[in-house]
Write a protein that binds this ligand. Structure first.
Ligand code: NAD
Length: 349
């Protein structure tokens, strides 16, 4: 069977890491028919919009997409394409696993955390305006019962389906009593329907400290958009950095897979940054498609290359060994070669 998948390379380092992921996925032997769509800076120049309707139509038609990161101008310019895409397609749940791999430079070994982030509302709805130009501005943060209930239920269903032990809801309901208060109230109600899964809540600032000190106390974490953005970067730092953190944006019947990291424009075109996050996002996509064995092979090959530590990008090397780092393309080559060697060995066994 051939899978038709929307491929959005993105901009900055996006095309480099997306190409690496595409090559690794193709090396599994599974057939893909890539529907390549441009979004971000290139699309802005070509179509006058960073998110052409054709991109959304492609994802709606193919139901699954693999996406590289896309730059959002800071302070002015167009709104985030990433946020707009998730909202337009109602990809309400962002799932960001953070798992340590042997060979990464980390303080805590054996971590296995999952951040579930609400993707459609909160401050990222971007409802903001000047009250007095250059003097005062206002952002409106909307939290609704349906969206809160949907994301918390998603987290519990995910925990149950993946044999996870605990869900921690993260909030700031001590200060934001109406908005986060509603989220926490709904979370407590939903939790009662899942007596087999442990439930607790944490205030977001304390959560950050606890994650740094005792991350293995946590399992599945669920929270609204802004906290999810910050806490998932923190968790990626715990397991080796943004270069190794994959992600999935899931709706009821559409899915877009993308690394947690951004477009790192200062590195664009240098063949320098780590393709692992994009490749592992591709492995999450394989699982979603039901191709578990291929996903296992990709993850095992990534783990082997990272633990060997020879053909890895500079972010996975101690500073003293920076010069022996390889580039994006060469690390992907090593992952492909590892997959092929293992396959040849298992064929001859
Ligand atoms: P970033 O994630 O692009 O980069 C921050 C730093 O993280 C980099 O300087 C680099 O040191 C490290 N890093 C990132 N990716 C890496 C990789 N693959 N391998 C090794 N190290 C890596 O964050 P930023 O600089 O804050 O954002 C740049 C742009 O990306 C902004 O326009 C932002 O809006 C956008 N962004 C997009 C997405 C997305 O497309 N989903 C996500 C986050 C940020």
């Amino acid at each position: 069977m051939t899978y038709r998948i929307t491929l959005i390379p993105g901009d900055g380092i996006g095309p480099e890491v997306a190409t690496a992921a595409r090559r690794v996925l193709e090396a599994t032997g599974i057939e893909f028919d890539w529907d390549v769509q441009q979004a971000g800076r290139g699309a802005m120049q070509q179509h006058g919009t960073p998110l052409p309707e054709s991109v959304l139509e492609s994802v709606r038609a193919n139901r699954v997409a693999l996406k590289g990161p896309i730059t959002t101008p800071v302070g002015s310019g167009f709104r985030s394409v990433n946020v707009a895409l998730r909202r337009a397609l109602d990809l309400y749940a962002s799932v960001r696993p953070a798992r340590t791999m042997e060979g990464t430079l980390v303080c805590h070994q054996g971590l296995d955390l999952v951040v579930v982030r609400e993707n459609t509302e909160g401050l990222y709805a971007g409802i903001e305006h000047d009250v007095i130009p250059d003097m005062a501005a206002e952002s409106i943060r909307i939290i609704t019962r349906p969206a809160s209930e949907r994301i918390v239920r998603f987290a519990f269903d995910y925990a149950r389906a993946n044999s996870r032990r605990k869900v921690t809801v993260v909030h700031k309901a001590n200060i934001l009593k109406a908005t986060d208060g509603l989220f926490l109230k709904v979370a407590r109600e939903v939790a009662r329907e899942y007596p087999d899964i442990e439930f607790e809540d944490r205030i977001v600032d304390a959560m950050c400290m606890l994650l740094v000190q005792r991350p293995s106390d946590y399992d599945v974490l669920v929270m609204h958009n802004l906290y999810g953005d910050i806490v998932s970067d923190l968790c990626s730092g715990l397991v080796g950095g943004l270069g190794v953190a994959p992600g999935a944006n899931l709706g009821d019947d559409l899915a877009v897979f993308e690394p947690v990291h951004g477009s790192a424009p200062e590195y664009a075109g240098q063949n320098k940054l780590n393709p692992t996050a994009a490749i592992l996002s591709g492995a999450l996509m394989l699982r979603y498609l039901g191709e578990r064995e291929a996903a296992d092979r990709v993850e095992a090959a990534v783990a082997k290359v990272v633990s060997d530590g020879r053909y890895v990008t500079f972010d996975l090397k101690p500073a003293s060994e920076d010069r022996s780092a390889v580039g994006t393309r060469e690390m992907a080559d090593a992952i492909i070669a590892t997959m092929q060697t293992r396959r040849a060995l298992s064929d001859t066994a």
